[in-house]
Design a protein around this ligand. Structure first.
Ligand code: FNR
Length: 187
């Protein structure tokens, strides 16, 4: 019998081209066990949430992302920390998706990782994002925690991840994500 396949939607919390977090997301795609497919979704076109505009109708890109998350086995957030918290673009994307009637995050397994140029490697953002997930009734993997500190030294010129600790932890995080997803679907 062939091994079960899992499909994960991955979102980078950074919109910039040279983002260390987007590099870390690509590393996760490469390091994922063979049965875990990671598909990147870009949030740069998501509009600011405005209840006057978005209570009944959502833009096509929000409809599409909501449907893709709803259908996926899990979500991987790879995000920087801005001012000790979640970058506005990522928080806004989560906010608008949270108002979608299909509730894409409800009972969804999520994993969080991040890269920052400081010493704490996005720890404060990660705990804020975990708190947001509680309200959405999503379930975040507890461990391992993947916090890539001093990110400016952890990738080569082609964007490849050099950090051996992160390279070991990322597949463990992805395996824990699909195990959690399986548990959530079986109850
Ligand atoms: C930062 N940065 C930052 N780093 C950190 O560790 N803690 C923080 O609170 C912040 N705050 C912060 C705010 C804003 C507005 C910016 C633009 C940056 C630095 C951040 O770690 C660094 O810019 C990363 O390179 C951002 O991630 P990407 O874009 O490389 O993925």
């Amino acid at each position: 019998m062939s091994e079960q396949q899992f499909r994960i939607i991955a979102i980078s919390g950074s919109l910039r081209k040279g983002s260390y977090n987007t590099m870390a997301l690509k590393a996760a795609q490469q390091l994922a066990p063979a049965n875990i497919i990671i598909e990147q979704e870009n949030i740069s076109g998501i509009p600011f949430y405005n209840a006057d505009l978005h209570t009944l109708a959502f833009p096509d890109n929000v409809e599409r992302l909501a449907a893709r998350i709803k259908a996926a086995d899990g979500v991987l957030f790879v995000s920087p920390e801005y001012n000790y918290s979640i970058p506005g673009a990522l928080k806004n994307a989560i906010d608008i998706l949270s108002r979608h009637p299909d509730k894409p995050f409800d009972n969804k397994a999520v994993a969080i990782m991040g890269a920052s140029i400081s010493a704490l490697g996005t720890a404060r953002m990660q705990y804020h994002l975990r708190q947001v997930m509680v309200y959405l009734n999503a379930y975040a993997v507890n461990r391992p925690e993947v916090m890539i500190a001093a990110a400016q030294h952890k990738f080569d010129g082609d964007g490849n991840l050099l950090d051996e600790t992160a390279k070991k932890l990322i597949p463990q995080l992805l395996t824990a994500l699909v195990e959690l997803s399986r548990k959530l679907r079986s109850v």
